[in-house]
Design a protein around this ligand. Structure first.
Ligand SMILES: [Zn+2]
Length: 95
């Protein structure tokens, strides 16, 4: 599976882009104002799909005003990645 160009989150279409390195050595960032999810290319290959889920959850948190804590985002991303991967519905890594 290729990295998607955009993802629908509620009524909004979030663009997805990848940059070599992100500020502060982060692996991902979700810009809620511009509706853009950015992933670092510079991370372990199998980390990227979990990081994308993590940023999608941040996007949903913002769109639906859930007010999740960072730890909750982390737990949801890892558990969803594991469940979806076990069904073959989510890649362990992107091409
Ligand atoms: Zn986060």
């Amino acid at each position: 599976m290729n990295l998607p160009e955009s993802i629908q989150v509620g009524p909004f279409r979030y663009g997805v882009s990848a940059e070599q390195k992100l500020e502060g050595d982060r692996w991902g960032h979700c810009d809620a104002n511009w509706r853009i999810i950015t992933l670092a290319k510079d991370m372990p290959p199998r980390q990227q799909s979990v990081t994308l889920l993590h940023e999608i959850i941040h996007a949903a948190d913002d769109v639906f005003n859930i007010d999740l804590k960072e730890h909750q985002v982390q737990v949801l991303a890892h558990s969803l990645a594991q469940a979806l991967s076990s069904m073959g519905a989510w890649p362990e890594k992107f091409e």
